[in-house]
Design a protein around this ligand. Structure first.
Ligand SMILES: C[S@@+](CC[C@H](N)C(=O)[O-])C[C@H]1O[C@@H](n2cnc3c(N)ncnc32)[C@H](O)[C@@H]1O
Length: 341
């Protein structure tokens, strides 16, 4: 037991100062997030994708010059904008994040931050599961799956697919099943990269499935990607697919065995199932954010941080054979196979 107490007021002062510093850092983060979200809602992040002179920005913002200068000082101090020769624009990093071709963009991340903050408040107040409304599910799906853009295609082409050669091989001749597709970031990237790619993408939440269908049409692949709004456990096309991806971190415990059974049955003998390990044990620097994600995920009653080894065992229990654990730029991937006989 520490003997630290009222007897040593200076030590107590030093301790409180340390806690005050932590609080100040969180407060700064929360406040700048509020500012960026508000400015995004007012169109600034799109407007500042290009250099703007102060006069144009003053007019756009509708704010007096001194207020504008103070806001710009905050944004500059946080590496969000840069000012040069009388113009203001997003820094190169924030321009890349906010751009339409971003893998997971600024809008998606800001929306996700809002939903997560609300859920964290609920988690502390309410003993029950954390309610995820349909619009929340869409926000989470958008922030998880990301967009099929030239950038994602380059990432897949140059690193992800060479690390998983099995995928390229099988999607050239066989259909792909996306189990819990969300907004189908992965499926749409593959569909826009590989002309022979054909898939069925299953999504439970109607507004998520509607957004996915919109994206499928926007990418001009509606003849090759078939979006089904349904519970994956009710899918019934036995021995029809060469490969499948299962978005395991989003499937609550009571639904997992039945989902795996359906996926196994849907694959042809020898067909492969790809499952991603999410949330491996973090290092100390990443632990604070990890604990917050764990709090919310467990409130959704999905398993959090299940290891690749445990996921492999879960698949084997459902009747799959383990092919290998692959290290990819998206973390470890478990490759399973429907037995040949
Ligand atoms: C967030 S997505 C994963 C991202 C996706 N892999 C991508 O590339 O965009 C996972 C989805 O699984 C869906 N899901 C969960 N349980 C399901 C079930 N029983 N049947 C169908 N979809 C389900 C969730 O609604 C969620 O949208």
């Amino acid at each position: 037991m520490s003997t630290l107490d009222e007897d040593n007021p200076l030590e107590r002062f030093a301790l409180a100062s340390r806690a005050r510093e932590s609080l100040a850092a969180w407060t700064t983060g929360a406040q700048v997030l509020t500012l960026v979200t508000t400015l995004r809602d007012r169109g600034w992040t799109k407007f500042l994708a290009e250099p703007r002179d102060l006069e144009t920005l003053t007019e756009f913002s509708g704010l007096p010059p001194t207020r504008l200068a103070d806001i710009l000082a905050v944004l500059e101090a946080h590496g969000i904008v840069r000012q040069q020769d009388g113009t203001v624009q997003l820094t190169r990093q924030f321009e890349a994040l906010a751009a339409a071709d971003s893998y997971i963009g600024l809008d998606e991340l800001l929306d996700q931050a809002e939903v997560m903050s609300r859920l964290i408040r609920t988690a502390a107040e309410d003993p029950g599961p954390l309610p995820l409304t349909e619009p929340d599910a869409l926000v989470i799906a958008r922030a998880t799956g990301g967009n099929a853009t030239a950038i994602t295609r380059a990432l897949y082409e140059q690193s992800f697919l060479p690390q998983l050669p099995e995928i390229t091989e099988l999607v050239r001749g066989e259909r792909w099943l996306d189990v819990g597709c969300g907004v189908a970031g992965a499926t749409l990237t593959l569909a826009t990269l590989i002309p022979e790619f054909r898939a069925v993408a299953i999504e439970l939440v109607p507004i998520v499935a509607a957004e996915t269908l919109r994206r499928v049409k926007e990418h001009g692949v509606a003849d090759r990607v078939d979006v089904r709004c349904m519970d994956a456990r009710d899918f019934d096309e036995p021995a029809s697919f060469g490969g499948a991806f299962w978005a395991q971190p989003f499937f609550p415990e009571p639904t997992r065995a039945a989902t795996l059974a359906v996926t196994l049955r849907s694959l042809k003998p020898g067909g492969m199932l790809f499952v991603q390990e999410m949330e491996p044990e973090p290092d100390e620097a990443r632990r604070p954010a990890y604990t917050l994600r764990k709090l919310v995920s467990r409130g959704w009653e999905v398993p959090f941080g299940r290891s690749a080894e445990d996921l492999a065992a879960e698949g084997q229990e459902a009747g799959f054979e383990l092919v290998r654990l692959a290290q990819t730029d998206f973390g470890r991937m478990i490759i399973l196979q429907r037995p040949l006989s």
